[in-house]
Design a binder for this molecule. Structure first.
Ligand code: AMP
Ligand code: GLY
Length: 422
């Protein structure tokens, strides 16, 4: 089969790496891709939102399946476009991707179907939002309704922070139209956990859970990023809590989407807080997580292509998906300055570090090739994944390889997965 993967991050590199193991693969293209995807697939210079060009490319190359990685094209209806052109595509339609594209849609859905989430109110008017905010206890959480590259959420511990966050979102429009509406919600305390699931309508096949590290610095200090590292499985979290999340949050949400006439097909990703009253939903994403995918897919024993095809053919419920008991830890190497502004174009040395090892994988994110040399080309540059019999071994292997790779301004957290070892 000829496959077109859309996206340019570590997630897409990991998806392609996993698809490559399938005997059915003939050729994989990646639009636009990065220096890592270029090693396994043919990169195509078309952006994720250039729908007409992507559809034309898929027709010209007789693409048998399109796999969409990022949130923006899904929210903008890329799946509907490919379906209209009769090209098989894996991902949710626009009306189902709204579960990520609009936080208000997501919160109202969960409220309507009694699915655990933080208490909240929504606002379109700044004065009303501001008056409500003043009545709320601290800490308090303010969220832009729309997509904001993971930056539209402010967890506020003081009145000043809260006032500033609301003003930035609704008045200054720091996140553009995404901040025309806001959610103001209760602060949830506890450990976070990500559960990703392959979903087709009411059929839910969960993946092994993972934990992300959102803040840029060690000990969860500094501003939020797209994710500085992940690990899977979560040995310190009881199976009963994972089961509770699946039965009381993920499955009811899939059923709710069917009831609403918006059946979800694709990867449904629940960001959860394990509170003292049980797991509650922080957010839903309509796609694979990045860098969750980098630790989850290396542990998948089943054929990823078969899972995508079964979802499209309506036979996902017949599949038995199996996972390796190995552990995986991903350490993200980022550009100095990220998540703020950062320079690009620095040569990356030591990439051959993982070449002779089956215990560490290097997934590229913000990389490009310039004059035959791999250079930095984004905030999150590489995801180094260590595999091992347990988290401690996987973590040692990830850091051993991460330490051998260098580029100017390189920064990474040194405490990825440390919580699992306490
Ligand atoms: P989101 O983009 O919705 O995942 O939010 C980004 C991060 O903000 C989450 O991973 C949490 O760490 C934090 N967060 C979001 N909502 C809440 C909440 N209600 N209570 C506590 N922390 C939250
Ligand atoms: N790592 C979080 C996300 O992909 O949204």
């Amino acid at each position: 089969m000829n496959i077109l993967v859309i996206g340019r991050g570590g997630r897409e590199h990991a998806i392609i790496w996993s698809l490559k193991k399938s005997a059915k693969i003939k050729q994989i293209y990646c639009a636009p891709g990065n220096a890592g995807t270029a090693q396994l697939a043919e990169n195509v210079d078309i952006g994720e939102l250039e729908f007409a060009r992507l559809v034309k490319f898929a027709q010209d190359k007789a693409i048998d399946l399109v796999v969409v990685g990022p949130d923006d094209p899904l929210a903008a209806g890329i799946v509907d476009e490919f379906e209209a052109a009769k090209i098989p595509v894996y991902g949710p339609r626009k009306n189902a991707a709204e579960i990520e594209g609009s936080k208000i849609f997501m919160k109202d859905l969960l409220r309507k179907y009694n699915i655990p989430t933080a208490k909240y109110e929504t606002f379109t008017d700044y004065a009303a939002a501001s008056a409500y905010l003043r009545q709320q206890p601290l800490p308090i959480v303010i969220k832009a309704d729309g997509l904001a590259a993971g930056k539209g959420v402010a967890v506020c511990f003081t009145r000043e922070e809260a006032d500033r966050a609301l003003e930035e979102t609704m008045v200054d429009k720091s996140f553009g139209a995404a901040g025309d509406k806001v959610v103001i919600e209760e602060f949830l305390e506890g450990q976070e956990m990500s559960i990703l699931a392959f979903v087709d309508g009411e059929t839910v096949r969960v993946m092994s859970p993972a934990q992300d590290h959102k803040q840029v610095f060690d000990n969860d200090k500094g501003p939020n990023t797209g994710g500085m590292g992940t690990y899977s499985p979560l040995p310190h979290i009881a199976q009963s809590i994972i089961d509770d999340s699946i039965e009381n949050i993920i499955k009811p949400t899939a059923r709710a989407m069917v009831s609403e006439g918006r059946p979800f097909r694709g990867v449904l990703f629940a960001g959860l807080m394990i509170t003292k009253d049980g797991p509650k939903t922080i957010e839903f994403n309509a796609r694979f997580g990045d860098p969750e995918t980098q630790v989850v897919l290396p542990r998948l024993k089943s054929d990823l292509l078969e899972i995508f095809l079964a979802s499209i053919n309506g036979t996902l419920h017949e599949l038995d998906i199996t996972w390796s008991s190995e552990a995986a830890v991903c350490v993200v190497l980022a550009s100095g300055g990220y998540p703020g502004s950062y320079p690009k174009g620095f040569p990356i040395e030591g990439l051959e570090a993982a070449d002779n090892s089956t215990d560490a994988l290097i997934f590229h994110a913000g990389t490009a090739v310039k004059d035959g040399q791999v250079v930095t080309n984004g905030g999150r540059v590489l995801g180094i994944v260590g595999l091992g019999s347990d988290i401690a071994e996987a973590r040692t292997r990830a850091y051993e390889t991460a330490d051998r790779i260098t580029f100017k301004g390189k920064q990474n957290r040194t405490d990825i997965a440390a919580k699992a070892l306490l």
